[in-house]
Write a protein that binds this ligand. Structure first.
Ligand SMILES: [Zn+2]
Length: 179
């Protein structure tokens, strides 16, 4: 993961972001003083004067928040290669991309030879909440191997809500959802 040093434009605290791969347009909440400002303004403050005091490690999940008016649809990421698969609003079938035969899946994941994922493995339903942000829900399709979200097995007709960064695991195949 790519790290990035930034600095709070209000209190001047140096902060280190663990995963700085996707910060454009997002906002940061300073864990020291609570100031909320754009990632760009945190970066600019650091570039202007890096300072020399101790650095605080940011809790990415809690302190990096979506930008205003820049809420993106979720996407799936095949962890092994980083290949991204954008999702759309509504229900979509996700499965492994077969080598030769056709697949009816809306999202076909190239698993690079791993065959644990079925061609019709799970559904993801993307819904827009009243505040404009997107939510995603996962349920089983015609999968042979079980689907595991974090430590929880997706059973039968269960529908689970996914959060940013959740890993969907099928044996050793890992797919992450990002919002
Ligand atoms: Zn601050």
């Amino acid at each position: 993961m790519m790290k990035q040093m930034v600095k709070c434009p209000h209190c001047g605290k140096r902060l280190e972001i663990k995963d700085a791969s996707d910060l454009a347009g997002k906002r940061i909440k300073c864990p020291v003083c609570g100031t909320v400002n754009s990632y760009e303004s945190f970066l600019k403050a650091f570039t202007a004067d890096a300072g020399s005091d101790e650095t605080r490690l940011i809790d990415d999940q809690r302190t990096i928040i979506p930008g205003l008016g820049n809420i993106r649809l979720p996407r799936l990421v095949f962890v092994k290669t980083g290949q991204e698969y954008p999702l759309k609003e509504g229900r979509q079938l996700v499965g492994r991309k077969p080598k030769e035969s056709a697949s009816e899946a809306d999202v076909q994941v190239d698993t690079h030879g791993e065959n644990f994922m079925s061609r019709s493995h799970f559904y993801i339903e993307v819904k827009k909440a009243s505040n404009g942000s997107y939510r995603a829900y996962i349920s089983n399709a015609a999968n042979k191997n079980e689907t595991v979200i974090g430590n929880e097995v997706l059973r039968g007709t269960d529908v689970l809500a996914l959060s940013d960064g959740d890993v969907i695991r099928i044996c050793s195949t890992e797919i992450r959802i990002r919002f």
